[in-house]
Design a protein around this ligand. Structure first.
Ligand code: ADP
Ligand code: MG
Length: 634
């Protein structure tokens, strides 16, 4: 045992304590993944060393043969992992193995229920990482030294996973990290060559550097050689460099867990080699679920960038647009320079053309998923649909392609499910229909009963129901799809085109003419509150409705802007009435102008309520209604 100096005991960050507790108590069913996580870290550490050594070859300290070694001791009940990667300084060990840097972690951990099954699911969303060592170990020793630091600046980190860890300075001759797991009682099955070999083959075959196990004597009789011999147990070549036909699905899946820091399988992937003017290989994955920090601005995103097989950086976010930030994977370029920096990446025109090609790859992959596996696409849409909706605004060139991937709730779909694509809608259009109709609002419950839908129900025309906060904004970027323009059914003077027959139109004009007197009376009763009053042909059951002016902001946008404290341009609704409704007939016959005014205001307020808007003067509404009720019961 070497001398330990500057020994101190430090507490884990609260979030780490919570995570450790959860990990130990809820990940009991798949314990062997600890090895995958630790090997994944060792591989990352070697990648980082290789990269830093491009500029500073002395970091290799003469030992350029990069590898991971896994060994075990049956008697001592330990499993040991050793890598000759970048290692950690004392400060790095304290931060990397004592805190969780991800923003939003504490809010995320608050969602834990204590229900082990549910929580193990949530943890997967988070990624387990280094702390998974404590699933099988009741004590973990980490001996590490940062490449480039003196042998005397080694670090010994040690913890029993219960709230604190010890850290001391030691001598460590070789750079890199050695992790010793002291197995818990009952976990000694892992101190076994055959078991370890199987786990490595299963989860870590794709790791691009050799993972070695001690070579075991073929038979009892055979003598162990004086010096330990090692053998490589994984394939040890970068997975993305292999031809597609030779990579098994399971290998793609395990590789995803490594690059995506995920716990579960991806939904889909796309592996491509591009040759020609630009040469690069990409392997892109659609995750099976959203990470907890998908909507956090600083959340990590982007691809792992390699140049000629050498790892360059994580989270290279220049290769995909923001609305595809959920995509994980690798891009390996032959054209970029090995000493490319983030700053250069942002300006390099090569990156731009790679970005548009990769974007197209992802959209094609999603199209294929939608076409071949509706169930999987539904899962995709639930997780990432909201993000994809940012697409049409961000990526004008691919607007149509993205629009084809969108899914909406609809009057023809099942209750509130976002499952209708625009192509489905168009395929179902009525004879004579040349528009895509939609209605947006606060919630599904509110829009599905909206009076705006009455005429569509009567004519059997499908209307898309848009209720996500982002929808109205999205629609301001979508004007048409497949030659059919979008029409907001709550807006303007609804023109059903050839869906209304010539007779219908003629009849509408006649009614409008016949009701000119009533229209004028309503106009003067409502005064400044409305932009216009007119006879409606949207209604069958309701007496009146408010339509939005052609150029005005929709209610959703208005509410979003108001909530963010912005000044919203004033806009007045159009009051449309249904002359065939008994209430309107009654109103038309009303001689007393005071009562006419009261009734009209009640109708106006009700129309606002039905549209999901709030009343400007709710007390006045209640007073008028009560007055009417008293008169009725008198
Ligand atoms: P992640 O791998 O997602 O970053 P982990 O919990 O697996 O999270 O690891 C935390 C951090 O600890 C790593 O990001 C790395 O900085 C450090 N680390 C873990 N294992 C090693 C290792 N073998 N060599 C060097 N650094 C390591
Ligand atoms: Mg990790």
């Amino acid at each position: 045992m070497s001398v330990e100096t500057q020994k101190e005991t430090l507490g884990f960050q609260t979030e780490v304590k919570q995570l450790l507790h959860l990990m130990i108590h809820s990940l009991y069913s798949n314990k062997e993944i600890f090895l995958r996580e630790l090997i994944s870290n060792a591989s990352d550490a070697v990648d980082k060393l290789r990269f830093e050594a491009l500029a500073k070859p002395e970091l290799l300290e003469g030992g350029a043969e990069l590898k991971i070694r896994v060994s075990f001791d049956k008697e001592a009940k330990t499993v040991t992992l050793e890598d000759n990667g970048i290692g950690m300084s004392r400060e790095e060990a304290i931060t990397h193995l004592g805190t969780i840097a991800k923003s939003g972690t504490s809010e995320f951990l608050k969602n834990m229920t204590g229900d082990q099954k549910k929580d193990s699911h949530l943890i997967g969303q988070f990624g387990v990482g280094f702390y998974s060592a404590f699933i099988v170990a009741d004590k973990v020793d980490v001996f590490t030294r940062r490449a480039g630091l003196a042998a005397g600046e080694g670090v010994h980190w040690s913890s029993q996973g219960e709230g604190d860890f010890e850290i001391a300075t030691i001598d460590k001759a070789e750079r890199g990290t050695r992790i010793v797991l002291h197995l818990k009682a009952g976990e000694d099955e892992f101190a076994d060559g055959w078991r370890l070999r199987n786990i490595i083959k299963k989860y870590s075959d794709h790791i691009a550097l050799p993972i070695e196990l001690p070579k075991e004597a073929a038979s009892e009789a055979e003598e162990q050689p004086a010096e330990q011999e090692w053998e490589t147990v994984n394939r040890a070549s970068a997975l993305w460099t292999r031809p597609r036909s030779e990579v098994k699905d399971e290998e793609y899946q395990e590789f995803y867990k490594h690059v995506g820091h995920d716990f579960e399988n991806p939904l889909s992937w796309s592996h491509n080699k591009v040759e020609g003017k630009l040469e690069y290989t990409s392997l892109l994955y659609v995750p099976g679920r959203a990470p907890f920090d998908l909507y956090q601005r600083e959340a990590p995103r982007g691809l792992k960038l390699y140049v000629q097989r050498v790892f360059i950086m994580d989270q290279a976010d220049e290769f995909l647009p923001l609305y595809l930030r959920f995509i994980k994977g690798v891009v390996d370029s032959n054209d970029l320079s090995l000493n490319i920096s983030r700053e250069i990446l942002q300006k390099d025109p090569v990156i731009d053309s790679m970005k548009s090609a990769l974007t197209k790859r992802v959209l094609d992959m999603l199209e294929k998923l939608a076409k071949n596996d509706a169930e999987q696409y539904k899962t995709f849409w639930k997780n990432f649909g909201q993000v994809l909706k940012e697409g049409p605004a961000e990526d004008f060139a691919n607007k149509d392609k993205i629009a084809g991937l969108l899914r909406f709730a609809s009057t023809a779909g099942s209750e509130g499910e976002q499952e209708v694509g625009l192509a489905d809608y168009i395929a179902r259009m009525k004879e004579g229909q040349d528009k895509i109709y939609y209605l947006s609002g606060e919630s599904y419950a509110q829009v599905k009963n909206s009076p705006h839908l009455e005429v569509f129900r009567k004519k059997g025309i499908e209307v898309l129901l848009l209720t996500d906060r982002i929808d109205e904004w999205l629609m301001s970027y979508l004007t048409e799809f497949d030659g059919k323009s979008f029409v907001d059914v709550a807006r303007g003077d609804l023109d059903l085109g050839s869906l209304d027959s010539e007779e219908d139109k003629k009849a509408q004009e006649e009614v409008a003419k016949a009701k000119e007197g009533l229209t004028e009376r309503l106009k003067s009763a409502l005064g400044e509150q409305v932009a216009e009053v007119r006879v409606s042909h949207r209604l069958t059951d309701s007496p009146a409705i408010l339509a939005i002016g052609e150029q005005d902001l929709g209610m959703q946008m208005r509410q979003i802007l108001e909530a963010s404290g912005q000044k919203v341009p004033e806009s007045k609704p159009i009051f449309e009435f249904n002359p065939a409704h008994p209430l309107i007939e009654r109103l038309d016959a009303e001689q007393d102008e005071d009562r006419f005014g009261d009734l009209t205001h009640i109708l106006f307020d009700q129309a606002a309520l039905a549209a999901g808007d709030s009343l400007k003067d709710p007390a006045a509404y209640v007073q008028r209604l009560n007055k009417l009720l008293v008169e009725m019961s008198a």
